[in-house]
Design a protein around this ligand. Structure first.
Ligand code: HEC
Length: 179
């Protein structure tokens, strides 16, 4: 049902884009319009991409700069403290997930149907998995993005990551659609 409705909307906007594709207007705009059947979704997806880049760069920078020995505070612990503050401020919900069978913190296990499906997709090699969900009449974008073993340093505390070339973790976002 939702699927067929989506198809119709996409079909419509293709037609519209064709009409709007005035020569000299720049083909990028027209091509972009053709795929923007859901502008709030596009905007929210863009925000998640930006946040994902910010969080991952921050966590890797903390790891590279401050985490030198086994007893040091893990960069993920610092990241999780930041996520808790962002959630408390009412922005959105972000969680760190573990995708291997050894967890440093059981709280990081995939928790619901979305995270379980996302975990399978990311372990299979996808970098991004998303779903649109609805709660109390409000739409949310849920996204899980993969975390590979980006540094030799990781293995110091996660011995089971050794030799793993795929995604060993994820960030799981629940973000209200930007209207
Ligand atoms: C100093 C030890 C240490 C280092 C180095 C380290 N981690 Fe962790 N990692 C931890 C601890 C402790 C947790 C649990 C954090 C918490 O819940 O506060 C954790 C949690 C995680 C999680 C969430 C799943 C779980 O096991 O709870 C992922 C994914 C993760 N780390 C990936 C990495 C990656 C990738 C690197 C390398 C960039 C890395 N870690 C480096 C100690 C470390």
């Amino acid at each position: 049902m939702t699927h067929s409705r989506k198809k119709t909307i996409v079909g419509l906007s293709f037609g519209l884009a064709a009409m709007l594709a005035i020569p000299g207007q720049g083909s990028f705009g027209a091509r972009h319009a053709a795929y923007s059947s859901d502008p709030p979704l596009e905007r929210t997806r863009q925000e998640v991409k930006m946040l994902d880049d910010l969080f991952k760069n921050l966590i890797v920078l903390i790891d590279e700069t401050y985490v030198k020995k086994l007893g040091d505070v893990a960069a993920t612990t610092a990241g999780k403290a930041l996520f808790a503050k962002m959630k408390k401020s009412g922005w959105y919900d972000v969680r760190a997930l573990g995708l291997t069978d050894v967890m440093r913190n059981q709280d990081d296990l995939p928790r619901d149907a979305f995270e379980e499906t996302a975990a399978k997709k990311l372990v299979a090699g996808d970098a991004w998995y998303e779903e649109v969900s609805e709660k109390n009449g409000k739409r949310y974008l849920r996204v899980a993005t993969g975390i590979p073993v980006v540094s030799e340093n990781c293995v110091m505390c996660h011995a089971n990551f050794k030799g793993n070339k795929g995604n060993v973790g994820a960030l799981s976002y629940t973000v209200p659609m930007i209207q």
